[in-house]
Design a protein around this ligand. Structure first.
Ligand code: ZN
Length: 183
């Protein structure tokens, strides 16, 4: 990541909104924001494969459900946060991953500029590609700051997105199983 460019950009924004760049409280702001982007957009330099290729063999292929994985992302239209919970279910085909690896996979795709629908699909596709389960279902529920602090200003409104792959596609029973154990 080019920290110098981020700092230059932040200075331009500060000037653009009419701020005084030499004001004490702002002196460190461009450098601080540049360091912050290293972290909150750090998923760009990561590959979900790293987290999903360490698998364990299982004989019983019951549905695995990991709920309430907290994530923070940035919408690519406003560069404002959207954040909430990810819920993931998959049906193993002989292989499972450690539950923390699903959370790390969510972070790989959350820590970059995103669209919620796309992030949902990317998580599902990565799990299909590297873990190769019989099917996967990913549900994201998130609040978008670009909808709550600006624009239509609807605090607390949640956007839900769903991605279905493999056995979950067109299988209402499996989807219901996920939702029922979700409550
Ligand atoms: Zn937005």
């Amino acid at each position: 990541m080019d920290q110098q460019k981020i700092e230059t950009g932040v200075r331009l924004i500060l000037e653009g909104i009419g701020e005084d760049l030499n004001r004490e409280g702002l002196l460190e702001t461009p450098a601080r924001i540049a360091r912050m982007y290293e972290e909150i957009c750090g998923g760009m330099g990561e590959d979900a494969k790293e987290h999903l290729q360490k698998t364990f063999t299982v004989t019983d292929g019951g549905m695995v459900i990991e709920r309430d994985i907290t994530f923070y992302s940035l919408c690519e239209h406003h560069m404002l946060p959207f954040f909430g919970k990810a819920h993931i279910a998959y049906i193993p085909d002989g292989k499972v991953v450690g539950l923390s690896k699903l959370a790390r996979t969510v972070d790989v795709f959350a820590r970059r500029l995103q669209i919620q629908e796309q992030m949902t699909a990317q998580i599902a596709d990565a799990i299909m590609e590297y873990l190769k389960p019989k099917g996967v279902m990913v549900v994201l529920e998130a609040e978008h700051m670009c909808m709550t602090m600006r624009g239509i200003k609807k605090p607390g409104s949640m956007t839900q997105t769903v991605a279905l792959r493999g056995a979950f596609v067109d299988n209402v029973d499996l989807q219901r199983q996920f939702y029922e154990t979700n409550r």
